[in-house]
Design a binder for this molecule. Structure first.
Ligand code: ZN
Length: 312
């Protein structure tokens, strides 16, 4: 069943240099940095979160920057492409912007009835701009260089390249609120009822070659759950299916459970709240100050000395 308030929550990626990453997503794509934190498993490196103005679920793309990360080789069992949603009639603006900023892109085309403009980020991550009527009335980020009428509202969706699709399809429809709603060639479209992050395309790989992790590799894709109660419920269903979900982990801005899907992609379940505002001293400061979880707060001075400052 196609459910409201279900869909993609956030997507996390390994990137190269942090400043290059921030320049691209904030200055060139016009997203808002909504959280600047550290990788909780390696506090000497950042974890950067970009989203729409409100930092809503379905809009945040996050990065683990490693300056010396090697370039990835794409393969099966991965999120292959990430698509951003823009209001109808915006693609010609974005095409011109990519030309002006010398961002590599391909010619627009149509997929499942929607105009698509493919492009890539500085690490070779495959991205798309998609015109979507569901975005028309959503707010953009007013402090961006991109005019509000054309601004990215959040995710349209993502494309997963898989060796086999069946079990991943079942997870989407049985646990995550998606409905199978279209098919074209070796691609199947699944949709949820939310305004952002509502679409996932599963693509059967013709040549199932595994890739190599590096900058530009999607680390995981997270899906929305309403609250901790629903998180536990879905976790239990995942467990009953014979998969191995982690315990609930407190990420402070949301609570999370991770599990590997049989198709190879790492999935996360994340609660809608409390959200990025909950750790900011004010809306104005959201994403500007370095957020550290309590266990790292005593080491703040040392951590701040090790991180290269980022200007946005
Ligand atoms: Zn995550």
């Amino acid at each position: 069943m196609k459910r409201e308030n279900k869909g993609i929550h956030h997507i996390s990626i390994i990137s190269g240099d942090a400043q290059t990453n921030a320049d691209f997503y904030v200055k060139k794509l016009g997203l808002r940095m909504v959280l600047k934190s550290v990788n909780q498993d390696d506090a000497g490196t950042y974890h950067l979160f970009y989203a729409n103005a409100e930092g809503e679920p379905g809009s945040s793309i996050t990065f683990f920057p490693w300056k010396r990360a090697v370039k990835s080789i794409r393969g099966v069992g991965e999120v292959e492409r990430i698509s951003f949603s823009v209001p109808e009639g915006s693609i010609s603006y974005w095409k011109q912007r990519f030309e002006d900023l010398e961002i590599p892109f391909d010619e627009p085309f149509e997929r499942f009835g929607k105009p698509v403009l493919p492009f890539e980020d500085p690490d070779g991550l495959q991205l798309e701009i998609i015109e979507d009527g569901r975005s028309n009335d959503l707010p953009g980020w007013k402090e961006a260089e991109v005019p509000l009428e054309y601004a990215i509202r959040g995710f349209w969706g993502a494309n997963l390249l898989l060796p086999q699709m069946e079990e991943t399809a079942e997870i989407l429809t049985d646990f995550l609120g998606f409905e199978r709603s279209g098919e074209s060639g070796n691609q199947i479209l699944f949709e949820a009822g939310s305004s952002l992050g509502h679409s996932v395309i599963l693509e059967k790989a013709e040549n199932p070659q595994y890739g190599k992790t590096g900058r530009g590799t999607v680390h995981h894709i997270a899906f929305r759950t309403k609250d901790e109660e629903e998180l536990q419920e879905v976790r239990q269903k995942v467990f009953t299916k014979g998969l191995s979900p982690t315990q609930v982990i407190d990420r402070h801005v949301f609570k999370s459970v991770y599990f590997h899907t049989p198709g190879g992609v790492l999935f996360e379940l994340a609660t809608d709240g409390p959200g990025y505002q909950s750790v900011a001293s004010s809306d104005e400061e959201m994403g500007r100050e370095l957020f550290l979880p309590d266990f790292l707060e005593p080491k703040r001075e040392m951590i701040e000395q090790r991180l290269e400052p980022i200007s946005i």
